[in-house]
Design a protein around this ligand. Structure first.
Ligand code: PGA
Length: 254
């Protein structure tokens, strides 16, 4: 993971009520007491963000949302804006998760607009990318990642760009128990870092943390993060339980 500080993020998806959020974050806080050298962030569902902000206040765990609308406000029934998230104490937002792309039809262009709105409100976008099984099998992994990243990042002002996070999540590894091998993941991460250098300049590319996501567990996290360009992990299932999430964090703490 080079000189970049590891970043471990829990993406809770549509799990955990506000009260379950308080319980989980309290347990996690206890388990992580004294663990250092790693940044930890969580993305609970919208309805639990207020409870999470209260529980995390003053602690070392960062808070994010899983999605947001690209507009500041307006007639968008059921949607949540960056301003609302910031007001709750949210610091980052996932954009372009494969479930948003596949199930909710989000285009590369929409993902790019969300990313720009997030930056405009000082929310750190965690830009997710990754190929499906069919795309990997037909040799399209790199073109797919390239299309997703170019669409979202082209023309981004370079002064802002070093703060973003990129998550590489092969769709075939998400929630399936199939993890990319450290070598497969490293190859994709090295390709992404090259693209970031192209799009945002070499200094930003060297700074941006690239997380791996897809069936990360306490038993495979350290090996993945020992790869040069793997700077963290975005974790779904294993982040829903304090023991397994803390197990991953302890495995990669320096
Ligand atoms: P998983 O999900 O850890 O359950 O595979 C990862 C993600 O979708 O972010």
């Amino acid at each position: 993971m080079g000189d970049r500080r590891p970043l471990i993020t829990g993406n809770w998806k549509m799990h955990k009520t506000a009260s379950a959020t308080r319980t989980l974050l309290t347990q996690l806080g206890k388990q992580l007491h004294g663990v250092g050298g790693v940044d930890v962030t969580v993305a609970p569902p919208f309805t639990a963000l207020g409870a999470a902000a209260e529980t995390l206040a003053g602690g070392g765990i960062g808070l994010g949302a899983q999605n947001m609308h690209p507009a500041e406000e307006g007639a968008f029934t059921g949607e949540i804006s960056a301003v609302m998230l910031v007001d709750l104490g949210v610091q980052f937002v996932l954009v372009g998760h494969s479930e948003r792309r596949a199930i909710f039809g989000e285009s590369d262009e929409l993902v790019g607009r969300k990313l720009r709105t997030a930056l405009a409100h000082d929310l750190i976008p965690y830009l997710c990318c990754g190929e499906t099984r069919e795309q990997r099998e037909s040799g399209d992994t790199e073109p797919v990642i390239e299309r997703q990243l170019r669409a979202a990042l082209q023309g981004l002002p370079r002064q802002r760009a070093g703060d973003i996070v990129v998550a590489y999540e092969p769709v075939w590894a998400i929630g399936t128990g199939l993890t990319a091998s450290p070598e497969q993941a490293q190859n994709a991460h090295a390709f992404i870092r090259g693209l970031l250098a192209d799009l945002l300049g070499p200094e930003n590319a060297a700074r941006i943390r690239i997380q791996y996501g897809g069936s990360v567990k306490p038993g495979n996290a350290a090996e993945l993060l020992s790869e040069r360009d793997i700077d963290g992990a975005l974790i779904g299932g294993a982040s829903l339980d304090a023991d397994s999430f803390a197990g991953i964090i302890r495995a990669v703490a320096r």
